[in-house]
Design a protein around this ligand. Structure first.
Ligand SMILES: Nc1nc2c(ncn2[C@@H]2O[C@H](COP(=O)(O)OP(=O)(O)OP(=O)(O)O)[C@@H](O)[C@H]2O)c(=O)[nH]1
Ligand code: SF4
Ligand SMILES: [Mg+2]
Length: 440
């Protein structure tokens, strides 16, 4: 068995590199970016908020529009074209929508060797957002705008067109007619020098961004009903963070309570005792996937069982594809390549499962010797075509859009896709049992 490690963080890379230095068949890639996700910094689930990207040519006023919305100078603005060079995320609150992440990007018409790299980064942002604002000026809608609208369509991103600098050149009706050959998106005439235009900007944003993106969706809605008992099995081992629960567990507890159900939380070491003592039989047991084997042996067969990772996959992942793709594990052969996707960086417990346990379990289960690559963060994988299987993590730090778009190349190439929880269940022969709660 061999493993490739890919990190977004150079410091972490140094630590892990020491750990894996002596391992055979191990490759390490550093994909450091300024735009990474760190769950330890995410006190309010920052990366789960709706993501709005601002695109357009250099100097069209993209950064000025962000400052206009927040009424503060948070983004650098200048009359020099090419001021914004990297995607910059700002966390803001929009009345009627709530907290969102707004992403300023470099101009799509940037040129030269560096400029092309910036454009590439700008295009990458499209795969991670829920809504886009295309900023144009001077009644101009040409090659760059068509390129952007094509990308929005390809990645299913709703957008509207904001004609900026209306104080210099207002939008022309004939021009709007011409745009209609390429796009049916709403067009608004706008100027950052006119404060009264804020309402129309916010209203258009509200109409464009899908409500499902910003309205809270229940993790367990449709699976549990009011007054039922849900038992959560949360191992507290050396991988558990000091003094707190991990995000999927906290979110599950909150969701059980939001559904007016009774939540029981215990360690797997108390599970047998729970059932021996004839405590209330739960209507659903949700466990950490890594404890599946043991929990499955203790929880009576008539009690529905699933895992945190599968619950998240059901709400946010490419669940139907995971269901179909999981059995692809059985088709693996020697030297086949398996891609493991972690959707954030720095999460020690997930590193262990993605980089060590899953490769080991799959190798033992199949009796074959596949090669495992791990990519963390939301970096796109340049070429998925050489993989025979893709395994996505629970994705608790990513939006549905980010997960679906990241897995899109695999879906298009008919590569089987699964996730951590479903893969572990399959290996343990309990795939049917743990997916049954979602069949209703
Ligand atoms: N008259 C007028 N000027 C504007 C308006 N919006 C932006 N500007 C000016 O246009 C120039 C460029 O604005 P930026 O916000 O830096 O433009 P950008 O699209 O972020 O540019 P890059 O970061 O270089 O891609 C600045 O001098 C702004 O003051 C507007 O509505 N009207
Ligand atoms: S499940 Fe994925 S997104 Fe969630 S902490 Fe683990 S690696 Fe990060
Ligand atoms: Mg800018």
């Amino acid at each position: 068995m061999s493993t490739i490690y890919i990190f977004n963080d150079s410091f972490k890379l140094q630590i892990i590199a020491k750990h894996i230095y002596s391992k055979k068949h191990t490759s390490v890639f550093d994909l450091s970016t300024s735009d990474q996700i760190n769950p330890r910094n995410m006190s309010k689930g920052k990366d789960l908020k709706p993501h709005i990207g601002i695109f357009g040519r250099r100097n069209n006023g993209k950064s000025s529009i962000i400052n206009y919305i927040v009424n503060q100078d948070v983004a650098i603005v200048s009359e020099q074209a090419g001021t914004t060079t990297d995607p910059v995320k700002k966390s803001i609150e929009i009345f009627g929508i709530g907290p969102v992440i707004i992403i300023d990007t470099a101009g799509i018409d940037d040129n030269g060797e560096l400029g092309e790299k910036r454009v590439q980064k700008t295009l990458e942002v499209i795969k991670t957002i829920d809504c886009a604002i295309l900023v144009i000026v001077n009644n101009e809608f040409g090659f760059y705008e068509k390129q952007l609208t094509m990308q929005f369509r390809e990645y299913g991103v709703p957008y509207f067109i904001l004609h900026n600098k209306a104080d210099i050149h207002p939008v022309d009706d004939i021009f709007i007619e011409k745009i209609r050959d390429f796009s049916q998106a709403t067009v608004i005439d706008f100027s950052v020098n006119q404060p009264e235009r804020l309402d129309v900007l916010i209203e258009t944003l509200k109409h464009t961004i899908p409500k499902t993106v910003y309205q809270k969706q229940s993790l367990l809605g449709g699976i549990i009903q009011a007054n039922q008992v849900v038992l959560l099995v949360t191992p507290i081992d050396s991988e558990a963070p000091e003094g707190r629960m991990i995000l999927p567990q906290v979110m599950a507890i909150r969701d059980v309570l939001d559904n007016d159900c009774i939540c029981i939380v215990l360690k797997e070491s108390n599970l047998q005792q729970y059932f021996n003592k004839k405590m209330p039989i739960p209507n659903l047991v949700i466990t950490d996937s890594q404890a599946f084997k043991y929990v499955n042996s203790v929880v009576p067969a008539n009690v529905p069982l699933t895992s945190f990772s599968i619950v998240f996959a059901h709400l946010r992942g490419d669940f139907q594809n995971y269901l179909k793709g999981t059995k692809g594990i059985s088709n693996l052969q020697d030297d086949d390549r398996v891609l493991i996707l972690e959707s954030c960086t720095h999460q020690v417990s997930c590193e262990d499962i993605g980089r060590h346990k899953l490769p080991k379990w799959i190798t033992e289960f199949t009796g074959k010797n596949p090669h495992f690559d791990v990519v963390s963060g939301l970096n796109q994988v340049a070429d998925m075509s050489s993989y025979k299987l893709v395994i996505q993590c629970g994705g608790c730090m990513a939006t549905k859009k980010q997960l679906i778009n990241r897995l899109k190349p695999a879906a298009m190439a008919n590569i089987p896709v699964t996730n951590y929880g479903l893969a572990i269940a399959y290996i343990n022969g309990i795939f049917e049992r743990v997916t049954e709660p979602f069949e209703k």
